[in-house]
Structures are given as structure tokens and as C-alpha cells.
Ligand binder design. Structure first.
Ligand code: ADP
Ligand code: ZN
Length: 290
């Protein structure tokens, strides 16, 4: 029995196959171009495992339709990536592989990986944010994703601008929402160079930490999860997390008692593999229940 994982990101798709113990057997990534081209490569990857494949877990960029009774369940919906708007993702994969397909957002998948096997393991709840090309968040309580009429879009929460920051933000919908001011492209536009090229001492990091601290503050007061995990490319700057903790403490001002910050505000234990393991675990559970 083989489980498949598709992490569908805005820049690349990462496909993996694993055995029953979720040991990864093979992994490949493909650039995100058009559905025809990219899904063609995805199908090619899984084809040689088709006979043994029993389920696939997909974690996709979005927004996506997650409502089982909706006629567009399994679609990517209103993405700014025009070629992928209203793309029937699950339906298209099912045309090639008639196996159960678990379907969620990319960030929910990463959240699930950390919840089961990473820094959320053993806890009853976790919130995971990815700080990368965009900012997304996923929340899990007692093994269930938090969702209502749709999945959360926590990366677009409104935050207060730092008094020293006059940057208008890069979010095409909201300008200076969290994603608009603290995502990788926001850092690049404000600083004139990529986050990877900024020194640890660069003053821009104070701004980013201030915004991520507000994100942690809002998350704490709205959901009081057991842990908040910050992943994604921007968090490769390990020093940022300490600055976030300091700013978070100041903002919270001891209003509520929170878990020890070294265990409460963390980066992903599985690092870049959180999404893969999340998708694989979802594929396995979904297959067992279908
Ligand atoms: P994606 O969000 O596209 O899946 P990433 O999570 O790697 O991929 O996010 C890419 C963004 O993160 C880019 O804007 C990039 O500049 C930024 N980034 C990647 N690595 C680093 C790093 N080491 N330090 C700071 N920023 C980084
Ligand atoms: Zn926004």
C-alpha cells in the first residue's frame, strides 16, 4: 500500500509517495505553471505507483472549496493565479487515479503534520502560520481543522502599523494586512532587497517581529491554542522568533497567562516536511474512513 502527497504551492508542487508507516519512498517537485502542464507532471510521478496507490492527500494553495456538498468541492476558487481559477483539482486527479483524495489547504496540511508528528505532538490544539510568499494560517483543535463556511484566511488579519512604518503594504485586496506587511514580498519591497539578504541587525526585522507578535497576540486571545508554530521561508531567519517573543510579551502585558514562551511560540520541528507528512497522514486517515 502506497500513500501519495501533493503539496500544491504557488511556485512549486511537491509530490511524494510513502509506505504504510509513512516512510517517504520518493519525492519530486515541479514548477507551478498551468494546470495542464503541472498536473501532467504530477500524474507522471504517481503513474508508476498506480497499482499500489490507495489514497492521496492534497494540500493546496487557495482559496479552495472544501465543502463536500458544494458543486465545486475540490476546486481552487478565486486565486489571483488566473490559470488556476476555478480549477477542478480533485476531479482532475481522480480522472487518473480512482482512489480516495483528502483535500485541504497547504497550510492546514502543514499544521496537521506538526500537530501529529512535530511541535504540536501530544497537545490537543495547534495553530500554524506560514510566512512565505504569502501568509496563511491553519488551526486544529482535537484533531479537527477549524472551519466554517470556508477555511480560515488568517494571514489577512488586520494589524496595527508600527509607528515607524509608513509602508502601504503589498496585499492586492487589503494593502497593509498582515500578509501585506510581513510576507517575503512585503519585506523585499519595503527593504529593497530580499529577506535572505538582510542582516540580523537590520531594523526591518523589528517591524516584522512586531507584526508577527500581533498575529500571535490575536491568535492567543481568539483561540488560546496550546502552541503557535511559525514556519515558511521568512522564519528561516531564526533570530526573528526571539524578537517576536519579546514583542509579544510587551503587547500581551500579562493580561492572560500563557504557556512558557519557548514552547508556545515555536518554529516547525519537521521544518520543510510538515506539509508532506500532513498530506500523507490525511491520505491515510481519509482512505481508512472511506
Ligand atoms: P512559498 O511561500 O512560495 O511556498 P517560502 O516559504 O520559501 O515559499 O517563501 C518564499 C519567501 O520567503 C520569499 O519571499 C523569500 O524572499 C522569503 N525567504 C525565503 N528564505 C528566506 C530566508 N532565509 N530569510 C528571509 N526570507 C526568506
Ligand atoms: Zn490581505
Amino acid at each position: 500500500m502506497i500513500y501519495g502527497s501533493i503539496e500544491a504551492g504557488g511556485t512549486k508542487f511537491v509530490c511524494s509517495v510513502a509506505d504504510q508507516e509513512l516512510e517517504i519512498i520518493e519525492r519530486q517537485s515541479f514548477p507551478t505553471t498551468t494546470p495542464k502542464e503541472t498536473i501532467g507532471l504530477v500524474n507522471g510521478f504517481f503513474k508508476e505507483y498506480a497499482a499500489e496507490l490507495v489514497g492521496i492527500g492534497v494540500g493546496s494553495f487557495g482559496p479552495i472549496d472544501i465543502h463536500r456538498d458544494s458543486p465545486t468541492y475540490g476546486y481552487i476558487t478565486s486565486t489571483p493565479k488566473l490559470a488556476w481559477q476555478n480549477f477542478d483539482f480533485v476531479g482532475t486527479i481522480k480522472e487518473s487515479f480512482q482512489v480516495p483524495i483528502a483535500w485541504t489547504t497547504d497550510v492546514n496540511a502543514a499544521a496537521y503534520g506538526e500537530y501529529l508528528f512535530g511541535n504540536g505532538s501530544g497537545l490537543s490544539s495547534a495553530v500554524y502560520y506560514t510566512i512565505g510568499t504569502g501568509i496563511g494560517g491553519g488551526a486544529i483543535f482535537d484533531g479537527q481543522f477549524v472551519e466554517g463556511f470556508s477555511h480560515p484566511e488568517m494571514g489577512h488579519m488586520l494589524i496595527q502599523p508600527h509607528p515607524k512604518d509608513s509602508f502601504a503594504g503589498v496585499c492586492p485586496y487589503h494593502g497593509n494586512c498582515l500578509e501585506g506587511v510581513a510576507s517575503g514580498p512585503a519585506i523585499e519591497k519595503r527593504a529593497g532587497k530580499k529577506g535572505q539578504e538582510l542582516d540580523e541587525e537590520d531594523a526591518h526585522w523589528e517591524l516584522i517581529a512586531y507584526y508577527l507578535a500581533q498575529c500571535a497576540y490575536n491568535t492567543t486571545l481568539m483561540l488560546s491554542p496550546d502552541v503557535i508554530i511559525f514556519g515558511g521561508g521568512v522564519m528561516k531567519q531564526r533570530h526573528v522568533l526571539n524578537k517576536v517573543k519579546t514583542a509579544f510579551k510587551q503587547l500581551l502585558n500579562d493580561y492572560v497567562e500563557v504557556p512558557d514562551l519557548d514552547h508556545y511560540l515555536v518554529t516547525p520541528k519537521l521544518e520543510d516536511n510538515a506539509g508532506t507528512y500532513g498530506c500523507l497522514a490525511l491520505a491515510k486517515e481519509h482512505q481508512l474512513h472511506s
